[in-house]
Design a protein around this ligand. Structure first.
Ligand code: ADP
Length: 225
């Protein structure tokens, strides 16, 4: 089953009197267990696509279904709680909260959705351990390396156990060894927990770990492999 489905999605931005057609009838399906990459030059529409898939930006035309739910008609408030439950985001930089330790970065996700249970704490510790951070629970972000911070951000994106993970150039701030590790972790999470993951990347070396590769050019999305 496709956990993430975009059908004929278009997006145009108004710029004064002119209109930029940033996305032209893009269709994309990501199945459970898959990591899909989107590559393409700067300005081709990748961020626009990811923002629409992440329910952060309204499309002009088309349909988006996330985990079987059509999000087109949800209100802003419904979208906010939908994102919290159904999506995990990983961004270019880790965006950790500077005054929270590693464990609390993950628990914050649960706090925003209600309260934190003992099981949540155990799950957070399990995720951090899987990501090689078992000795860092109490560390603050400024005591971690760039790669460690990005792994915390990944664990945080997995914390709500959402079926769909969206990653916007997650390896941009990492050296190639760490970058490969991060992408392998994403692929592993998708496979082992039956999630759909989609990653925008500039780095061709990362494509070996992806199940499918799409290329975006001038707002047109094409499947490459
Ligand atoms: P990429 O992520 O591949 O660099 P974007 O999705 O950011 O591409 O941009 C696609 C096109 O849409 C570009 O021409 C960009 O200038 C335009 N664009 C993006 N965001 C906006 C916006 N908020 N307002 C107007 N134009 C935008």
């Amino acid at each position: 089953m496709a956990l993430l489905s975009l059908q004929n999605v278009s997006k145009s931005y108004k710029e004064g009197a002119s209109t930029v057609q940033a996305l032209k009838q893009a269709t994309l399906e990501v199945e459970a267990g898959e990591l899909v990459a989107i590559i393409g030059p700067s300005g081709s529409g990748k961020s626009t696509l990811l923002s629409i898939a992440g329910a952060l930006l309204q499309m002009s035309e088309g349909t988006v279904e996330i985990n079987g739910r059509n999000i087109v008609h949800l209100s802003a408030k419904q979208l906010a709680s939908f994102r919290l439950k159904e999506l995990g985001f990983i961004l270019q930089t880790s965006n950790l909260v500077p005054y929270l330790n590693v464990l609390d970065q993950l628990l914050l996700v649960k706090k925003m959705g209600g309260k934190v249970t003992k099981d949540d704490k155990e799950f957070a510790k399990q995720l951090l351990t899987e990501l090689g951070l078992s000795d860092k629970f109490k560390k603050m972000p400024n005591e971690l390396s760039g790669g460690e911070r990005q792994r915390v951000a990944i664990a945080r994106a997995f914390m709500n156990n959402s079926k769909v993970i969206l990653a916007d150039e997650p390896t941009a701030s990492l050296d190639s060894k760490r970058a490969l590790e991060v992408v392998k972790l994403l692929a592993k999470e998708a496979k082992e927990r039956n999630k759909a993951a989609i990653m925008v990347t500039h780095d061709e070396r990362m494509l070996q770990f992806c199940d499918h590769v799409y290329r975006m050019e001038d707002g047109v999305l094409m499947q490459q492999s």
